[in-house]
Design a protein around this ligand. Structure first.
Ligand SMILES: [Zn+2]
Ligand SMILES: [Zn+2]
Length: 153
C-alpha cells in the first residue's frame, strides 16, 4: 500500500464510506471510494463515461472499465441507483432519498424532483407476482429542459 493510500484509509470520508459499504456487504477499496466520491460530487446523474472523464485527470489508476464495473457493484449492492431511461445511456444516482426524476426527452438531462414522504406508493400485495420481491421504484416525468424548451423547432 502506498503512503497516499495509507493516508486515504484514515480519512474520515473514507471511514464513512467503509461503514456504508459494510452495511451493504461490499468491501471498501480505494478505487471504489474514488468512484463513489466522484459520483457524489456530480449532481447531474452522470453516465459512467462522465464519471471517468471527471476523475481521470487526477486518478489515472482507475480505468474506464473499472468505473463501469464499480458502478455496477454499487448498484447491485444498492449503495447507488442505476437509472434506466429508454433511449438514453445508463446513468447513476448517489442520492438515495426517495425522489422522482424529470427527464428531458431531447437531450437526456435528468433532474431531481423532490417527493413528499406521504406520497410513497405502496403496491397491494396481491398485485405483486408470486414469489417476487419489490425493492424500489422510481417515477419518471418526461419533458423538456429549459435549454431544449427554448430551442426553435
Ligand atoms: Zn434538454
Ligand atoms: Zn436523482
Amino acid at each position: 500500500m502506498s503512503e497516499k493510500d495509507k493516508m486515504t484509509k484514515n480519512d474520515p470520508e473514507f471511514i464513512a464510506f467503509r461503514e456504508l459499504c459494510n452495511r451493504h456487504g461490499l468491501a471498501a477499496t480505494i478505487q471504489r471510494f474514488i468512484v463513489y466520491q466522484t459520483l457524489c460530487q456530480m449532481h447531474n446523474h452522470p453516465t459512467p463515461d462522465m464519471i471517468f472523464e471527471r476523475l481521470h485527470p487526477t486518478c489515472s489508476s482507475v480505468s474506464r472499465m473499472s468505473v463501469y464495473r464499480i458502478l455496477e457493484q454499487f448498484s447491485r449492492s444498492r449503495i447507488i441507483r442505476r437509472l434506466n431511461h429508454p433511449g438514453s445511456s445508463m446513468r447513476y444516482d448517489a442520492f438515495m432519498h426517495p425522489h422522482h426524476h424529470l427527464i428531458c426527452v431531447d437531450c437526456g438531462a435528468v433532474y431531481d424532483i423532490p417527493c413528499q414522504e406521504d406520497e410513497q406508493i405502496t403496491l397491494p400485495p396481491e398485485s405483486v407476482p408470486d414469489g417476487a420481491i419489490v425493492l424500489d421504484y422510481t417515477l419518471d416525468f418526461q419533458g423538456l429542459c429549459r435549454r431544449c424548451a427554448a430551442k426553435p423547432v
